[in-house]
Design a protein around this ligand. Structure first.
Ligand code: ATP
Length: 217
């Protein structure tokens, strides 16, 4: 039985916070494979010139050095926004007997009770939660969810193929795609040297952004 991890996100653009999280999760939980699934951007989040193809290509470049990571285009192939529960239903049909894990940041866990059919997501996979600076599981809803589903240790992931929530002791990186976009816009505005943009960008992604002049407006 394999342990398969999936990491959904807008990746607009992918940054070191994402990359360090998945590398840590893959190793800490000894996953057989971990796939990154770029999602469709809802219209109000679209940035001029940054198509789904660009976001997926940046993910491809970022993970190229790591054979344990893969790009999964299933949400983009659908050509319309997908809910996580629908994506996990497709993956569960593809891997009926394996342990499936969906990786999220702590900010996402604090909103998880608002996700469409969130209880069904936990019937399809475990949740692996990476800590993120500034976010704590402190709301009543998140505490209730943890009381019901939290696992104490990685070894607990093996006792069931879905249904648990494991909070990981990962090293935290204070970075967001929003901060990266802001820094890219600022450096474009003042025409400073590209090397001065955000230090938590990924080098190959930074080169791609400059080549295609993304996030300049
Ligand atoms: P934005 O700033 O545009 O909202 P983001 O950097 O939060 O973007 P997304 O691509 O929307 O990134 O997030 C994908 C997943 O990565 C989410 O589950 C989010 O919680 C997680 N994530 C993003 N940044 C970090 C970080 N610095 N540490 C841990 N998890 C993170």
């Amino acid at each position: 039985m394999a342990m398969l991890g999936f990491y959904g996100g807008t990746f607009d653009p992918i940054h070191q916070g994402h990359l360090q999280s998945v590398l840590y999760v893959q190793q800490y939980c000894q996953l057989d494979r971990l796939e990154l699934i770029p999602c469709h951007l809802p219209p109000h989040r679209t940035h001029p010139g940054v198509s789904s193809e660009h976001r997926a290509e940046m993910v491809r470049l970022a993970i190229a050095p790591y054979p344990q990571l893969a790009l999964n285009l299933l949400e983009l192939a659908k050509n319309s926004p997908s809910y996580t529960v629908e994506t996990m239903e497709l993956l569960r049909a593809q891997y009926p007997n394996d342990t499936l894990l969906f990786v999220i940041g702590m900010d996402s866990l604090t909103q998880f009770h608002r996700w469409f059919r969130y209880r069904d997501i936990l019937k399809l996979c475990h949740l692996l939660v990476c800590q993120r600076p500034g976010y704590q599981p402190e709301s009543i809803e998140t505490k209730a969810l943890l009381a019901e589903h939290q696992l104490a240790a990685v070894s607990d992931l093996h006792s069931n193929t879905q249904g648990g929530i494991l909070i990981l002791p990962n090293p935290m990186l204070d970075v967001s795609a929003t901060a990266i976009r802001k820094s890219l816009q600022q450096s474009a505005n003042i025409q400073s040297h590209p090397q001065q943009s955000h230090r938590l960008q990924i080098e190959a992604v930074q080169a791609y952004i400059l080549e295609h002049q993304l996030y300049q407006v």
